[in-house]
Design a protein around this ligand. Structure first.
Ligand SMILES: *Cc1c(COP(=O)(O)O)cnc(C)c1O
Length: 222
């Protein structure tokens, strides 16, 4: 039951990470129906994260008031459907996307809040800046006036090897701290999914994105 899962998670997730920062829980809602998403919100979920622009658009008007996150890969030609509706874009994974989001935000008199996506495990299947290029990407994107960079987002590799997960999560936190020292807007380190969120919080994540733990295994043919 969604309600039970949410209550259990809200009990289980520590209020603060070891750095004393509040931990935010975002429900990753890809493939979920508006009814199920609203059940989660009624049970205490405050933040909703979408992957697909089409799904986001189809369900937008039906979702109860909540903070909206975009966490999926974003094509520049679809930015227009999200502008002004998304509170935080997690997945700025290339300069061209940042540039286009900046331009379109400016055209509408908006300033969009973004996270820079880091491909911390250097995986071919994932997008994002490498850990090594994160600082230079930050410097470059920082010059765009209609974006507010609020932190970093990362997805760890799918592995049961805790040592690898801890090593990568700690490296992400170190990069986050390095930039945070020079940028007071840095507020979110978005890292942690159903399989690895405990480790991520222990290593300094302050925002986790959970789908399966809330809604159960996804069915893609609904
Ligand atoms: C689907 C998804 C999640 C949640 O994954 P679960 O393993 O179901 O918790 C988190 N982040 C992103 C970017 C996702 O696409």
């Amino acid at each position: 039951m969604i309600e039970d899962s949410v209550k259990k998670l809200l009990n289980e997730i520590p209020e603060k990470n070891p750095f004393g920062e509040k931990v935010t829980l975002v429900a990753a809602v890809k493939t979920q129906t508006p009814e199920d998403i609203n059940r989660a919100i009624s049970a205490g979920i405050t933040d909703i994260g979408d992957n697909h622009v089409q799904e986001f658009r189809d369900k937008f008007d039906e979702i109860l008031p909540s903070k909206r996150h975009f966490i999926g890969t974003l094509q520049t030609n679809k930015i227009k459907y999200l502008l002004g509706k998304v509170d935080l874009y997690h997945s700025v994974d290339r300069f061209s996307l940042a540039e286009e989001l900046d331009k379109k935000s400016g055209n509408q008199g908006l300033c969009s809040s973004v996270l820079l996506e880091v491909n911390v495990g250097c995986e071919l299947t994932k997008s994002g800046f490498s850990l090594e290029e994160a600082s230079s990407a930050y410097e470059k994107i920082k010059t765009l006036k209609n974006l507010k960079i609020c932190g970093l987002m990362g997805m760890l590799p799918l592995t049961d090897d805790e040592q690898i997960l801890r090593k990568l999560a700690t490296a992400m936190r170190a990069k986050y701290d390095e930039i945070r020292k020079i940028d007071g807007n840095f507020e979110f380190l978005s890292m942690g999914m159903s399989g690895d969120w405990k480790i991520c919080i222990e290593c300094g994540s302050n925002l986790i994105r959970l789908g399966t733990s809330i809604f159960g295994a996804r069915s893609y043919n609904k």
